[in-house]
Design a protein around this ligand. Structure first.
Ligand code: CA
Length: 231
């Protein structure tokens, strides 16, 4: 399936922004459906079965958070939040409510399109697990757990490897601290966010060219992390 066949639902009450988004997405070959209210959004999401949904949080009838939870009752479609709200609590609430990622207004069109592609890629590929990951100078085989860098084999501890795999399944989308800790350490967590940060630091030393300025394992302050993988 090519990108040209994917349908995107834009949930946004600002008419000008909606038409900018439509033009941007149509130029990339996506088909676009629009909704200006939460109520309309749920109707369009059921009727059109979009491949990705962009949701503004500030809507005239109900909060965008209600749209996220409403869509999640019947669909696993990738949901990307568009919002001027910069509070970490809003982001965490949206992600815990079932959103897959978050873009803060004003956003660049490159950033937005990258998130849409990542969302679609993840939903298309969620069945088939990626076997090989490539980061700048490193190739990791998730099946054999072997990693090769420019100066030979790279060894990961079991926890580092689980952390890497958990982030890799995000396909470039944000993974929250809670999701990571549940997945890497299990329900009776043996670590906290400080422990998580130290594992992230160790992992960066193995996968980043410059661990002090990470470009692969990126922090989303107060919310979580994303792994930027070469396409
Ligand atoms: Ca709005």
């Amino acid at each position: 399936m090519t990108d040209a066949m994917f349908r995107i639902l834009i949930v946004e009450d600002d008419v000008d922004l909606r038409s900018v988004l439509r033009a941007l997405l149509e130029a990339e070959g996506y088909r676009v459906v629009e909704a200006g209210t939460a109520e309309r959004a749920l109707i369009e999401a059921r009727g059109h079965k979009p491949d990705a949904v962009l949701v503004d949080l500030g809507l005239p009838d109900r909060d965008g958070q209600a749209v996220i939870r409403g869509i999640r009752e019947f669909s696993p479609v990738p949901i990307i939040v568009l919002s001027a709200r910069t509070m970490e609590s809003d982001k965490v609430l949206a992600l815990d409510g079932g959103a897959d990622d978050y873009v803060t207004k004003p956003f660049s069109s490159t950033e937005l399109l990258a998130r849409v592609r990542a969302g679609i890629r993840r939903s298309v590929r969620s069945a088939e697990r990626p076997e090989t990951l490539r980061f700048g100078r490193l190739t990791v085989n998730l099946g054999t757990r072997e990693a090769v860098g420019t100066s030979g084999a790279v060894h990961f501890t079991p926890v580092e490897f689980r952390l890497l795999t958990c982030l890799a399944r995000g396909h470039g989308l944000i993974v929250t601290q809670d999701q990571i800790m549940r997945e890497v350490w299990g329900p009776d967590r043996v670590t906290d966010t400080r422990g998580l940060r130290s594992y992230v630091k160790m992992l960066r030393e193995k996968i980043e060219a410059d661990p002090a300025r990470p470009r692969i394992l990126v922090t989303e302050p107060g919310v979580g992390y994303r792994l930027v993988i070469d396409p």
